[in-house]
Write a protein that binds this ligand. Structure first.
Ligand code: S3P
Length: 429
């Protein structure tokens, strides 16, 4: 187990770019594989999660070349995948296993998907149930709730599914299955979750239509290869945005970040807290909005967060909890029960870690209340094997009174392989 000890900083300054968007990278590999022709992907995130998806598609016979800069995916068409010889390991990646389950449900072969000890604890019925309603044959541990999942490809038919959760993984699994289903598949969710699948399916020529929280797709239409440029991941930028806001005397420019409105809850929340954040040079790349984000040290205030802001910032709550702990007054987070079934229980993990830094945190079933504090006391935190907990506590360490240690930091490689070098690059001591 690797631990990391970080010295506090007097400022964070400079200009950085963060690695490519994890969600878009996964989707580019999956859609490129089942499209006709060669899809190129620039800015692909070579983190462990995305490499799990890439290796899965290679195991299904897809040729993917990587010259270190651009990926070339030799798409085999909707029906061109072949049965993998062995079980497919999705590692820590919920997106890999849930989206692949949807993609594989309508194939003409058998697949077994598994993952690491964290992924094998996470709920899978949320995708298995709607896919079974489409005619999928999927077995798993605990009555189909847990991986390994064994998928016997079968003929699917379109359904109209009202999802009880606002989850892009659930929505995307159903849409990918919908590519293979007879007729129309419709997914409705309570609040809009990230819509990268809808955008990219449209970009590849699928028969898809999205309106508000409802998406419709018609099966059978072949996809056409595209050139994809993946923007920087706003979920990775979020750690540096908060660092730039809470460390004194800071000014940081994060260039080329994806600012899809289904992902910018973090910008809205930090702005509501009084954060000085500017979006510069707004443009569109491969059907996704992109901007440069400038942040400056700000006096943050506690706020109340709930409702449709939650899915728009779902991966950012560990770092939002750090911003709240450094703010004046009280921040409440509600309607965020989903945080309990992420890579770890993120409500519990952040409450326990922030308490070690001298912060008062009250847990609720669906969120937490964080009481802002003047200065964090030196702490020794545990990531619980979760990349976003590890990075959040390392950002907190920048404003502690003495050096702090975070245990179990290898997991950062799942989404942000160069996090440490960027952090050390911008930290002024
Ligand atoms: C993701 C969807 C979200 C998010 C995850 C990536 C995706 O999960 O937390 O990191 O790429 O579709 P849920 O669909 O479970 O909310």
């Amino acid at each position: 187990m690797k631990s990391y000890t970080l010295q506090p900083a007097v400022a964070v300054r400079g200009e950085i770019t963060v690695p490519g968007d994890k969600s878009i990278s996964h989707r580019s590999i999956m859609l490129g594989s089942v499209a006709n022709g060669v899809t190129t992907v620039a800015g692909f995130l070579r983190g462990e999660d995305n490499m799990a998806t890439l290796n899965a598609m290679r195991a299904m016979g897809i040729k993917i070349e990587d010259d270190g800069s651009v990926l070339k995916i030799h798409g085999a068409g909707l029906h061109g995948l072949s049965e993998p010889e062995d079980i497919v390991d999705c590692g820590n990646s919920g997106t890999s296993i849930r989206l692949l389950t949807g993609l594989l449900a309508g194939q003409s072969f058998f697949t077994v998907l598994t993952g690491d000890r964290y992924l094998r604890k996470r709920p899978m019925k949320r995708v298995v149930t709607p896919l079974a309603a489409m005619g999928a044959k999927i077995a798993g541990r605990a009555g189909g709730e847990k991986a390994p999942l064994a998928i016997t490809g079968s003929q699917l038919s379109g359904v109209a599914y009202d999802s009880p959760v606002s989850s892009a993984q659930v929505k995307s699994a159903i849409l990918l299955a919908g590519l293979y289903a007879d007729g129309e598949t419709v997914v409705t969710e309570p609040h809009l979750s990230r819509d990268h699948s809808e955008r990219m399916l449209h970009h590849f020529g699928a028969d898809i239509e999205a309106a508000g929280t409802v998406v419709r797709i018609r099966g059978g239409r072949e996809l056409t290869a595209r050139e994809i440029v993946v923007p920087g991941d706003i979920s990775s930028a979020a750690f540096f945005m908060v660092a730039g806001l809470i460390v004194p005397c800071s000014e940081l420019l994060i260039a080329g970040v994806g600012v899809n409105p289904t992902r910018t809850g973090i910008i809205d929340i930090l702005t509501m807290m009084g954060g000085k954040i500017s979006l510069l040079n707004l443009r569109e790349v491969s059907g996704e909005p992109v901007a440069d984000i400038l942040v400056r040290t700000s006096a943050l205030q506690g706020i109340d967060i709930s409702g449709d802001l939650v899915p728009r910032a779902i991966d950012e709550f560990p770092i939002i909890a750090v911003a709240a702990a450094a703010a004046k007054g009280r921040t409440t987070i509600r309607d965020a029960r989903e945080l309990r079934v992420k890579e770890t229980d993120r409500i519990r993990a952040m409450a326990e870690n922030l308490r070690l830094a001298g912060v008062r945190v009250d847990e609720a079933a669906d969120g937490m209340t964080v009481y802002g504090t003047e200065k964090f006391t030196a702490f020794h935190a545990d990531s619980c094997g979760d990349h976003r907990i590890a990075m959040s506590m390392l950002v907190a360490a920048l404003v502690a009174d003495k050096p702090c240690t975070v245990d179990d930091t290898e997991c950062i490689a799942t989404s942000f392989p160069n996090f440490f070098s960027l952090l050390e690059q911008v930290a002024v001591r």
